[in-house]
Design a protein around this ligand. Structure first.
Ligand code: ARG
Length: 463
């Protein structure tokens, strides 16, 4: 093993001249990948334990290396470690320090290993724990959405298609729609675990190794499920990076759609929800303003996470197998996407606790736009033996009549209604009641109060 005296780089026997400052600056990723130090040290410990078990290194060497690595972990945790750009990345920074602490025997740590498998081992372990942290945040978001839903089962508002009043719904039903979206996000992150659970360690640079290593041993030690199958693919594969970035993107897309919706509902035109002072911002010139900046922030951030997904696609697109330096940027991209999503979920939790429906206005808006027209058509099918298409046409005529008379559907008299359909009786008037309308949607997944309560109960039980 190459000695590492006088702060020389590991390859200084082969590459005699120091690399230029520019080359060092460009090549170094330490500012970014130092975030992987714990995973790197745990990976190295598992690796040397395996090397010892396989009689590739001695007991003494293994212990010395583990001692050194543990010391380094403490140094880094206590901010006593000096990272150096000259040693490129977290792996060489740690190996270099190991030489300083335990001397020559540090040279055994990299037996049967390359940075190529080392880095993805670290990275997969990191992403697995990031998955878990996001899942916890998503649980909170689901919990807070349910809390708000629980208080608003009978809060009636217009449901929209094309942003036009469509049919009446419960505000809680909307909130429970968000729960479905976030539940799918959780599942998406969990589904990614399958490939994240394949252990890359031991494929070395790209071919595997001639040492008699035991990849099942490190697999177990590091909490993976099985070793990867092909050494070339392992070193070249970043599908697990794309999966994570995609999952982050979809989740932030959900946050963006919901934010946009809440921004619209908070606008003066709609005025359906109130945002507490905790989550609004003022204007520097217009004294009256309370702006939904946090929601706009969430909507904007999705641009960053989508961009990151596309950056990674583009980096990989023309890349032959196996390792190339191009791949190094995967970490910066993932860390950024993770940080953005984590913060966004935190913000959204805060928003959920500080939003309240403007119930009066919701009801008022729900009474406009002939929102019970479909209920009337359904009534005619059920009570006046008509096909749905026939009932649809009759109802459209009634809507035309109401429009002409500048009245709402519920303001039409029975005489007016009879002009279009003479068989109608007083009984029909109940369909114009919004509560009846919402409650009549009892089909599975519909907006009836009972359905919503059932869904709330179901999701409260979910872990
Ligand atoms: N810092 C490198 C990366 O993240 C580690 C792998 C380096 N391998 C190499 N052959 N240069 O990609």
């Amino acid at each position: 093993m190459v000695k590492n005296k006088n702060n020389q780089t590991i390859w200084n026997t082969r590459i005699k001249n120091n690399s230029s400052n520019l080359s060092q600056k460009i090549g170094s990723s330490i500012d970014v990948d130092k975030r992987l130090y714990k995973e790197d040290i745990n990976g190295s410990i598992a690796h040397v334990e395996m090397l010892f078990k396989q009689k590739i290194i001695s007991f003494r060497t293994k212990n010395k290396i583990i001692y050194g690595l543990n010391r380094i972990e403490k140094e880094i945790s206590n901010k006593k470690f000096e990272f150096n750009k000259k040693y490129e990345d977290i792996h060489i920074n740690i190996e270099n320090r190991l030489f300083q602490i335990i001397g020559e025997e540090a040279g055994y740590v990299h037996t049967a290993r390359s940075r190529n498998d080392q880095v993805i081992t670290d990275f997969k372990i990191w992403i697995k724990s990031a998955n878990q942290k996001i899942s916890v945040m998503l649980n909170n978001v689901i919990k807070n959405s349910i809390n708000l839903a629980e208080k608003n089962v009978d809060t009636i508002m217009p449901g929209f298609t094309h942003l036009k009043n469509a049919q009446a719904v419960s505000f809680a039903h909307y909130l429970m729609a968000y729960v479905e979206m976030f539940k799918r996000d959780k599942d998406r992150f969990e589904n990614n675990l399958d490939s994240l659970n394949e252990n890359p360690l031991g494929v070395a640079a790209l071919t595997g190794t001639s040492f008699n290593i035991d990849r099942n041993y490190t697999t177990k030690k590091l909490g993976f499920k099985r070793p990867t199958n092909n050494s070339i693919d392992t070193v070249a594969d970043r599908d697990f990076v794309l999966d994570f970035l995609y999952s982050v993107s979809v989740c932030s897309l959900h946050l963006s759609r919901i934010s946009e919706e809440l921004i619209i509902w908070n606008s003066d035109g709609f005025n359906l929800i109130n945002l507490s002072d905790k989550i609004v911002t003022g204007s520097s010139i217009m004294p009256q303003k309370k702006n939904p900046d946090l929601l706009e922030h969430l909507r904007g951030k999705s641009g960053i996470t989508f961009g990151n997904l596309f950056s990674m696609f583009t980096i990989l697109k023309g890349l032959p197998l196996s390792y190339f330096k191009d791949l190094q940027d995967d970490k910066e991209i993932i860390f950024k996407s993770y940080d953005v999503l984590f913060e966004s979920l935190k913000i959204f939790n805060e928003i959920l606790k500080n939003v309240s429906p403007n119930k009066k206005r919701m009801l008022e808006l729900a009474y406009s736009g002939y929102i019970t027209a479909t209920d009337l058509a359904d009534y005619l099918v059920k009570n006046n033996s008509m096909s749905f298409r026939k009932a649809y046409q009759k109802t459209a005529l009634l809507v035309n009549l109401a429009e002409k008379k500048k009245k709402k559907l519920n303001e039409l008299s029975l005489e007016d209604l009879k002009k279009i359909e003479p068989t109608l009786t007083n009984d029909v008037l109940k369909v114009f009641d919004l509560k009846n309308s919402v409650n009549s949607k009892k089909s599975y997944g519909g907006t009836s109060f009972d359905n919503i309560k059932k869904m709330i109960r179901k999701y409260k039980k979910l872990k």
